[in-house]
Design a protein around this ligand. Structure first.
Ligand SMILES: Nc1ncnc2c1ncn2[C@@H]1O[C@H](COP(=O)(O)OP(=O)(O)OP(=O)(O)O)[C@@H](O)[C@H]1O
Length: 247
């Protein structure tokens, strides 16, 4: 199992952003759904080793991120696209992705090819030498995806990766997700249930810091049959589960 989480809780003052979550997952694409404030970002940040849990246990890539040595190794082998990634405006796309490759300790001799491959994979080959300040929001998001995949990670965490992408790019990104999920564990937080239907083998729906549903997209769809509101079957499943969690 690449991710093993037991009774994980993260508090911010009196708020329990994540409240007793259990989750185990191996290779494949896992979609993380839930309304604003459900705890998706907080859960991803703990898995990304950016914030520690308040309580509970977390094992990543068979290692304990609470200890400095294993945490460093986990960080070398993971990729993370946060919701609001900072960009140095004067960097080119290549400078930016290369910077992350070096942070992740990709062997220097392999960096140029790894950077070129990541930039191509997100469709930014023709913008490789462009300064970040000249890119559109969607292109910046793709540069962010490139930095997350540059080290060929075994654990990939995307926080709302399709926000700002145009429809064609979103479709291409879903193809990339499916491809990445054949080898890595990919956890993707999104508000777009279409992303989940198209790219995820498994879905977790969070509500108030807890897991309200875990299963396949088909199982979530089944929860909406006959009730639930929404234009698409998955949306009806989503709303039916949330309505039940709130009642
Ligand atoms: N650094 C923080 N300090 C204080 N409260 C926080 C912090 N981060 C998150 N929270 C709170 O924790 C709860 C969960 O937030 P989180 O960002 O994890 O949810 P989310 O599901 O990612 O939401 P969204 O869909 O809006 O991105 C919210 O009530 C939020 O206000």
């Amino acid at each position: 199992m690449n991710v093993e989480i037991n009774d994980l809780t993260r508090r911010f003052g009196r708020t329990r952003a994540v409240d007793g979550v259990d989750l185990r997952t191996g290779p494949g694409v896992l979609g993380l759904l839930g309304p604003n404030g459900a705890g998706k970002t907080s859960l991803l940040r703990m898995i990304a080793t950016v914030i520690p849990p308040s309580s509970g246990t977390l094992r990543l890539l068979e290692r304990d991120p609470g200890a400095a040595g294993p945490r460093r190794e986990i960080r070398r082998r993971l990729g993370y696209l946060p919701q609001d990634l900072g960009y140095y405006p004067g960097f080119t796309v290549v400078d930016f992705v290369e910077y992350f490759a070096l942070l992740k300790e990709v062997p220097p001799a392999r960096v140029p090819a790894a950077v070129a491959a990541a930039v191509e994979r997100v469709g930014l080959g023709d913008k490789a030498k462009s300064k970040l300040r000249t890119l559109s929001g969607g292109m910046l998001r793709r540069a962010g995806i490139a930095q997350a995949i540059v080290n060929d990670p075994e654990l990939l965490l995307f926080d709302e990766p399709t926000a700002g992408l145009d429809p064609e790019q979103r479709v291409e990104f879903r193809t990339l997700l499916r491809d990445l999920g054949t080898r890595a564990t990919v956890v993707v937080s999104t508000h777009l249930v279409e992303d989940v239907g198209a790219a995820c083998g498994e879905v977790v729906l969070m509500h108030q810091g807890r897991i309200a549903f875990q299963g396949t997209p088909e199982q979530l769809t089944a929860r909406g049959e006959g009730h639930g509101t929404g234009d698409a079957p998955l949306e009806r499943g989503y709303s039916a589960v949330l309505a039940e969690a709130r009642s």
